[in-house]
Design a protein around this ligand. Sequence first.
Ligand code: SAH
Length: 491
Amino acid sequence: MTSEKKFKNNKKNYKAKSAGKSLCPVHGKCGGCQLLDMPYEQQLKKKQTQVAKLLKPYCQVEKIIGMDDPFHYRNKVHAVFGHKKDGTVISGIYQEGTHFIVPVDECLIEDQRADAIIRDIRGLLKSFKIKTYNEDTGYGLFRHVLIRTGYHSGQIMVVLVLGSPILPSKNNFVKALRKLHPEITTIVLNVNGQKTSMILGEKETVLYGKGYIEDELCGKTFRISSKSFYQVNPVQTEKLYGKAIELAGLTGKERVIDAYCGIGTIGLIASDKAKEVISVELNSDAVRDAIANAKRNGIKNVRFYNNDAGVFMRQMADAGESADVVFMDPPRSGSDEKFLSSVITLHPKKIVYVSCDPTTLARDLKYLTKHGYKARRVIPVDMFPATEHCETVVLLSQQKPDDTIEIDLDLDELDATSAELKATYQEIKDYVLKEFGLKVSNLYISQVKRKCGIEVGENYNLPKSENARVPQCPKEKEEAIKAALKYFAMI
Ligand code: SAH
């Protein structure tokens, strides 16, 4: 079935789910696609609501940017290899939280070319009599396969991960694999002898091709090696970076920082529209790719630094440097105070924050908005259909004197409860009715809110004329409303 057809049938399949069937035979075992069986429109709504809930205190959240075809989008595919008791080779993924392998033949979010290669490598291991690695005993050889595919270029990299450096009949193995899959452009041997949950080890040798693939993104060509970070959904990445750069509103005069730059993508794409770009990244392999990418695209106004982003920014701030725009795209754990406080010192006009975790984003926005910045635009982008994850891009700029100041909610942690803080009148009414069986009016709620020192709109429900007779909230209802305000942590 084509992906399009699957997409159209997704609604139907959702019904099948309620009859106990899923789109995927290992759904629930692998733990990867929590939302797979939910119709795509509903997935988008769920993510929109989640981001809105977390970021409501900072800015209105715009409509999420979804995919036309939310299947087979992953350009990076990993399979762990093992064998059953009867010796049959299996490949798949670890069951969540365990080292038990769930066999996977085809995954609905992975590139289908990669899945086909992995299936055939299983067959080759059998014919070459290569033993798979045993996690518990440390015996055996073949551990993992990692495949990266170029969406526009069609290039494919296969990384074979072994427990020790010698692959028997190496040349014949490579030949056989290339014969089955002539679309493979490079094969890399990676050695990981450690008992670790990391897939890749330190040592690598190139068995065939260049040792990396190239792909195009927003009109530029990027080199991607096995260990560098590269966004897994190329279709959505173009939309995400397009938005990030549009939000920065570059004119060609700006000094731009691209922090957590990976292989240099955002800064290199922005470089045409900026005076200069300074990029920083912790992973040295990624920095090597980034430098090659600048050369490959003939870009001369970007400099790369291999450093911790926070340390680097502090050094810049201490040296009295300045920047006009800061792009920041940290890992899931978000940024840190060293980085954020240095950004405040550098005082850029704009910050464009690209985040893959709205919870840590909300935490970092709390810091930035407390220190002179205001969130102006928030746009969620669905980079990970079928999963619970959501990417978001945020534009912040310096607070102006006439900007409304947000009431400081002063929460220790921004968690789901914070979203309840701004309970609506309706939510308060519902609570009072449910808990106390009492009906209360907007007028009574505003009277009690005012009594409790909560800001209520200037003329809201105040008598319009001096001698207007305004009913006063009875004691019993006042207590009930106070209980609701307490419940919603408003007092
Ligand atoms: N902007 C890039 C990469 C984003 S992923 C892109 O879109 O492709 C986050 C990146 O931050 C990864 O490349 C990771 O290696 C890097 N990173 C993680 N911690 C870091 C730190 N403390 N300082 C600098 N870079 C860091």
